[in-house]
Design a protein around this ligand. Structure first.
Ligand code: ADP
Length: 702
C-alpha cells in the first residue's frame, strides 16, 4: 500500500511535469518555425543576389553598348560632373574618374543655333578645342532625375567633325560651281555679242550687195555668203539657248500675240525651202481658237521653226502640215510630214542633245542635233509637253500641247459666214487640200475635194442633189499640171461658175502669167494665208458677206514707201552696222542721219527741238556706245523733254545684242519706247515705220 507521502509526491510531480512538457513542446515547435524562416530568407537572399548580378550584367552590357556607339555622355549637377563616360573623358585626355567631381569644360570655338526637339530636349552642334584638336560635337541635352529626384543635366553627344567638313566642302564646291556657271553665262553673253556684231555686218552687207545689181555669178556668191552667215548665226543662237536654259537664265515673256500672224510667218519663212524641194507646206488653224494668245511669241516661233524646219529637211516627197486646235485649257500644235519617219525606239532619244539618227545614205547629217533638245526644254519651261509619233516609212508627227491662254478681250478668229456656198477644191496634195478644205468649211460653206482633173470634171457634171449642192466656186491647184489646170478652168466656166481661183507656188507665179488670161478669176500663192483665202474667194460671191470676229485690214503699203517723209536718227558706233541701218531706212523711203555716240545724238535731238535741225520722227540708239551710252542718252532726252514741257515724246528705240529681260527692262527704265535685237530685223523696223506713218502717230501705245 502506497504511503500518502508517496502519492503526494507523485501528484506534485505530475503537476510540475505537465507545464514543462508543454514548454518543451512549444520550444521545439518554435525552433522548427525559425528554421523554416531561415531557409526562406536564405532563398530570398539568393534570389536578390541573382537579381543584382543580372542588373549589373545588364548595366555593363548597356554601358559597353553605349561606349561601343562612341556616344559621349556627361551628367552634371549644377555644373559639377557627376558622371562621364570614357568617350567623353577622352575629349579631355583623361579617365572618367578624374572628371567626376570637377567642373571642367572644354573651350567652345563655334556653335550652331539651338533647336528644341518635340520631347523638350535641346539639340545643338558646337565646335570645341579638345585634347585631340578641334572637334564638332552634336549634343542632345535633357534633364534627368538624379538621387532624391534632384535634377541633373545630361548631355549625349556624337562626333560630327567629318560630316561638317563634308558639308563645308559641298558648300564651297557649290559656290565654286555657281561662280563658274556665272562666268560661263557672262562669257556666253559676251561671245554672243561679239559674234553677232560682225555677223550682223556680214549679213547686212550681203543684203546691200544684192541690191547693187550683181551678175548671176556674183549673186551666187552673195547667196553663199548669206546662207553661211545665217547658218553660223543659227548655230550661235542654238548653243546660247541650250546654255541659257541649262543655267536657268532663259526668261520667257508673257505677252499677247497674234496667232494667225505667227503661224503664217513660220510657214512663209519655211515655204521657199519646202518649195525648192517640191514639197507642199500647209497650215490650218481651228476656227474656235482666239485671235490673240498670251505667251512667249518669239520662243513659240523658234519651236515651230525647229519642228517645221526638221520636217522640211528630212522629207523628200509629199509635204508638211502644221495644224492648231484647242486642247483642254490650252492648245495643241501638230507638225506632220510624209518623210522617212523615225524608228519607234528612237522617238524619245531624238530629244537628247546632239542626237541624230543615222541617215539612210550613211552621210553625216547637217544640223547640230540641238534643235529638238531646245524644243523640249522650251516647251517644258512653258509648262507644256512635246512628243513624237512615227513609224519607219510613214512620216513623222510631232505633237505639242501648250497651256497658253487667250489674251483678255481677244476676238475670235476673223471668219466669214458662207453657209450657201459650195467650193470645189481640186488638189493632188494631201495636206494642202485637207487644210484648205477645213479652213473653208469653218465658214459654213460645203467643200468637195477632188484629187484629179477627171474627178473634178465628174463632180462638175453631177446634177445638184441633197448631199451634193451646186458648186459655186472652184479652187484649182497648179500642182495638177499647167495645162490640166487651165483645161479644168474652162470646164468650170462652162459649168457657169465665175469664181475660179488658181493655187500657185511662188516659183510657178511668174511663168504662169496673168491668171485672168488663163481663165481664172484670181490666184492664191501657197502657203495660202487664211485672210487672203477668205478675201479672194469671198470677192466672187454675190453679196458682201460679213466677217465674224476681228475686222479685215487694208493691204500693206508697198515697202519702199512706208517710211516716206520720216526722219530717223541712228546712233551707232560700229560703222558697218550704221551703214546697214541707214541704207535699210533709206530703202524704206526715210531720211536717215548717222551719229557715232550718245553725246552727238543728244546734240542732234537738242538742235531738232530748237528748230535748228530737221525734226526727228524716230531715234535708234545703240545701247553700247563709247562715251555716252544709248541708255544715258535716252535719259538725257527725256529730261530735256520734261524741261521744255514737250507734249509729244520723241520715239526712242534701243538697239542691243543683249535682249534678256533685264536688258529690256533697263532700256524701258531709261525712257526707251522699245528694245530691238541686233541684228536689226527688218520686220521690227518696218513695224515702227508703219506705226509712225499712220496719221495718229505720236501716241506710243507700244
Ligand atoms: P538636227 O536637225 O540639227 O540634226 P534635231 O535635234 O532637230 O537636230 O533632230 C535630231 C534628229 O532627229 C535629227 O538629226 C533626225 O535624225 C531626227 N528627226 C527630227 N525630226 C525629224 C523628222 N521630221 N523626220 C525624221 N527624222 C527627224
Amino acid at each position: 500500500m502506497a504511503s500518502p507521502l508517496w502519492s503526494w509526491l507523485v501528484d506534485l510531480f505530475a503537476l510540475l511535469a505537465l507545464p514543462a512538457v508543454t514548454v518543451v513542446v512549444l520550444l521545439l515547435r518554435e525552433r522548427g518555425r525559425l528554421r523554416e524562416e531561415n531557409t526562406a530568407l536564405a532563398d530570398e537572399i539568393e534570389t536578390q543576389k541573382d537579381r543584382v548580378w543580372k542588373l549589373a550584367d545588364s548595366e555593363e552590357r548597356y554601358r559597353s553598348l553605349i561606349e561601343a556607339q562612341g556616344d559621349l555622355i556627361v551628367r552634371r549637377d549644377g555644373g559639377r560632373i557627376v558622371y562621364a563616360n570614357a568617350a567623353y573623358a577622352t575629349l579631355f585626355g583623361m579617365r572618367p574618374a578624374d572628371l567626376v567631381g570637377t567642373r571642367m569644360q572644354l573651350p567652345r570655338l563655334d556653335s550652331r543655333p539651338v533647336q528644341t526637339l518635340e520631347d523638350g530636349a535641346r539639340s545643338f552642334d558646337e565646335c570645341m578645342a579638345t585634347y585631340e584638336g578641334e572637334r564638332w560635337i552634336s549634343w542632345v541635352e535633357t534633364v534627368a532625375p538624379g538621387p532624391e529626384k534632384h535634377p541633373l543635366v545630361q548631355r549625349v553627344g556624337r562626333d560630327i567633325t567629318a560630316r561638317v567638313a563634308a558639308e563645308d566642302e559641298l558648300v564651297e564646291a557649290r559656290a565654286r560651281a555657281e561662280a563658274a556657271n556665272e562666268a560661263k553665262s557672262r562669257f556666253l553673253a559676251t561671245v554672243s555679242h561679239e559674234f553677232r556684231t560682225p555677223l550682223n555686218g556680214i549679213l547686212g552687207m550681203a543684203d546691200l550687195l544684192s541690191d547693187t545689181g550683181p551678175d548671176a555669178e556674183q549673186a551666187t556668191y552673195i547667196e553663199a555668203l548669206r546662207s553661211s552667215g545665217e547658218a553660223l548665226l543659227a548655230l550661235v543662237d542654238d548653243i546660247l539657248d541650250v546654255a541659257k536654259v541649262e543655267a536657268g537664265k532663259l526668261e520667257l515673256v508673257e505677252e499677247p500675240f497674234d496667232l494667225v500672224q505667227l503661224i503664217e510667218t513660220v510657214t512663209e519663212l519655211m515655204a521657199p525651202r519646202a518649195q525648192a524641194k517640191g514639197l507642199e507646206l500647209a497650215a490650218h488653224i481651228a476656227p474656235d481658237l482666239p485671235a490673240r494668245l498670251v505667251g512667249d511669241r518669239d520662243r513659240l516661233r523658234q519651236i515651230l521653226l525647229n519642228l517645221v524646219g526638221n520636217a522640211v529637211k528630212f522629207t523628200e516627197a509629199g509635204g508638211v502640215g502644221l495644224s492648231l486646235r484647242k486642247e483642254g485649257a490650252g492648245f495643241e500644235i501638230v507638225v506632220a510630214d510624209t518623210g522617212p519617219g523615225i524608228p519607234s525606239d528612237r522617238l524619245e532619244l531624238i530629244f537628247g542633245e546632239f542626237e541624230q539618227l543615222e541617215s539612210g545614205t550613211g552621210e553625216r547629217q547637217s544640223g547640230t542635233g540641238l534643235g529638238l533638245a531646245i524644243v523640249r526644254r522650251l516647251v517644258g519651261l512653258m509648262g507644256g509637253e512635246v512628243r513624237a509619233e512615227s513609224r519607219i516609212g510613214e512620216g513623222a508627227t510631232f505633237r505639242l500641247v501648250l497651256p497658253f491662254s487667250a489674251a483678255a478681250g481677244a476676238p475670235a478668229l476673223a471668219i466669214p459666214h458662207w453657209p450657201r456656198q459650195h467650193v470645189l477644191l481640186v488638189s493632188p496634195s494631201a495636206f494642202a487640200a485637207r487644210f484648205l478644205a477645213e479652213t473653208i468649211r469653218s465658214t459654213g460653206a460645203a467643200v468637195s475635194i477632188a484629187t484629179t482633173v477627171e474627178a473634178a470634171a465628174a463632180r462638175l457634171a453631177e446634177p445638184p442633189s441633197a448631199e451634193n449642192g451646186a458648186v459655186t466656186a472652184a479652187l484649182i491647184d497648179h500642182a495638177l499640171g499647167d495645162q490640166p489646170a487651165k483645161d479644168l478652168a474652162k470646164l468650170v466656166r462652162i459649168a457657169g461658175i465665175a469664181d475660179c481661183l488658181i493655187l500657185l507656188s511662188p516659183f510657178a507665179r511668174r511663168p504662169f502669167g496673168s491668171s485672168q488670161e488663163a481663165g481664172f478669176s484670181g490666184f492664191l500663192i501657197k502657203p495660202v494665208r487664211m485672210r487672203s483665202l477668205y478675201e479672194r474667194l469671198g470677192a466672187g460671191f454675190p453679196q458682201a458677206q460679213a466677217m465674224t470676229g476681228g475686222a479685215g485690214q487694208p493691204t500693206q503699203a508697198p515697202l519702199r514707201a512706208i517710211g516716206a517723209g520720216l526722219t530717223v536718227l541712228v546712233a551707232e558706233d560700229n560703222e558697218i552696222n550704221a551703214l546697214l541701218v541707214t541704207r535699210t531706212l533709206e530703202r524704206f523711203g526715210c531720211t536717215a542721219f548717222w551719229v557715232r555716240d550718245g553725246r552727238e545724238a543728244l546734240q542732234r535731238v537738242e538742235a531738232s527741238f530748237a528748230g535748228t535741225a530737221p525734226k526727228l520722227d524716230l531715234v535708234l540708239l545703240d545701247v553700247r556706245m563709247p562715251g555716252m551710252t544709248g541708255l544715258d542718252c535716252a535719259r538725257a532726252v527725256r529730261a530735256l523733254e520734261r524741261k521744255l514741257c514737250r507734249a509729244c515724246p520723241l520715239p526712242l528705240v534701243a538697239v542691243t545684242a543683249n535682249v534678256a529681260v533685264a536688258d529690256r527692262e533697263a532700256a524701258f527704265a531709261a525712257g526707251m519706247d522699245d528694245c530691238l535685237a541686233k541684228p536689226l530685223e527688218r520686220a521690227a523696223l518696218l513695224s515702227w515705220l508703219e506705226r509712225l506713218s499712220q496719221p495718229q502717230a505720236g501716241s506710243l501705245s507700244a
